[in-house]
Design a protein around this ligand. Sequence first.
Ligand code: GDP
Ligand code: MG
Length: 163
Amino acid sequence: MANIIAIVGRPNVGKSTFFNRLIEKRQAIMDNVSGVTRDRHYGHGEWCGKFFTVIDTGGYVVGSDDIFEESIRDQVELAIEEASVLLFMVDADAGLTDLDKDFAHVLRRSKKPVFLVANKADTPQKAQMAGEFYALGLGEVYPISSQTGSGTGELLDEVVKDF
Ligand code: GDP
Ligand code: MG
C-alpha cells in the first residue's frame, strides 16, 4: 500500500505551513487536479529514506453556518479514506477548541493510525502546555513548530516507522 499522509484539522492551525516544510521545494506549485480533489493539495516527501505522499486539506467554506459539517463531508472523510496515516493538527498556542473535539470524534472512529500533532509549540514552555491535548483521547501528543522545525524530526521518525 502506498504511504499517504493526510494532514487534517481546523483552519489556521498550520497545516499548509507544515505541508510546505514536508514536501520538496521544487513541488511548491502543487498538482491540483480538478473534480474530486478540489481544495486538496498533494506533495511528495522523504524522511530517512522512506518516501511518501502528503495531502494538505483545507479550503474550508468561509461563511458556512456549519463549518464542521462542510469540512468533514467534503474533505476530511475523503482524506481519511485515501490516507494510510492521519496527522491531526491542533494549535498549542490557541489551546483546545470545540472544533478540535469535533475532529477528534470523527478521527477516533477511523481505522487509520492518527498522530496528534500540537503545532505552534515554538518554545519548550508552549510544548509543555500541549499536554492538554491528551484530553482528546488520541494517545501521544507530538508538539512541533512548523516555523522553527522543532519536534518535526521526532514526529516523522514515528510516522514513517511502518512505511
Ligand atoms: P492552515 O489553515 O491550517 O493551513 O494554517 P496555515 O499553514 O495557513 O497557518 C496559519 C497561520 O499560522 C499562519 O499565519 C502561519 O504563519 C502560522 N503558523 C504556522 N505554523 C506555525 C508555527 O509553528 N508557529 C507559529 N508561531 N505560527 C505558525
Ligand atoms: Mg491551509
